[in-house]
Design a protein around this ligand. Sequence first.
Ligand code: 5GP
Length: 217
Amino acid sequence: MSLQAEVELHRRGLLFILSSPSGAGKTTLSRRLLEQYKNAAQHETIVMSVSVTTRAMRNGEIHGKDYFFVDDAAYKQMVEHGELLEHAQVFDYNYGTPEKFVREHIEKGIDVLFDIDWQGTKQLTSKLPDDLVSIFILPPSMEELERRLRARAQDTEEVVQKRMGKARAEISHWQEYDYVLINQDLDQTHEKINVILKAERLKRVRQEGLADFVERL
Ligand code: 5GP
C-alpha cells in the first residue's frame, strides 16, 4: 500500500449539510451527489443521514430511505433517550437526526450528507464544529421557488402558501452557512457542491494520519 493511500485511509468523515427552503432543489442535488459517489472507494463515499419525522409520508416516499416516519410518542422517546444528534420543529412537525448512524460513519472516514434546516445546522455546528461543512442553496428568485413548489404538486395550496412564508424566514439564515450557492442551473450547482466536497475532504484537520506521516518523513 502506498503512503498516499495510507494517509487517505485515516481521513475523518465530515458532516456535509445542504439547507434551503423547500423547492430550491436540494433533494435533487443530494440524490445526484449520492449517485456520483455510489461506487467510490470507502474514503470517497458519502451516505445520506435519514432523519426521523412525525409528518405523514408523501406519495412515493419510502420508510427508512426518505425518512423514518414515527408517531409523536416514538419521537418523544428518542429525544428523551438522547438518540438524536439534533432535533427541531419545522412547519408543524418534528424532525431529528439519529446520532448513532452519523458517529459510526464519520469515525470510519465516510462522509454523511444532511438535508436539514437552519435550526439543525446550528445545533450540529456547535456540537461538531471541526467535522462540519454547511451549504445554503438559494433559489434564483422567489417566483421561481413558488413555481417549483407548485410543479411538485405534492402539497395543497395552503401548504404551498405556508412554505412560501417560511422560505423567507429560512433564507434569512444564509449568513450562518460556510457556503451559499444560487441554484440557477442544476448541473452547475452540482459541480460547485462537488468542488466544495473535494476540497473540504483535503483539509488538514480531517487528515488524521498526517501527523504520523510527517513524523516518518
Ligand atoms: P420535508 O417535510 O419537506 O421533507 O422537510 C421539511 C424541512 O425539514 C426541510 O427544510 C428539511 O431540510 C428539514 N428537515 C428534514 N429532516 C430534518 C432533521 O432531521 N432535522 C432538521 N432540523 N430539519 C430537518
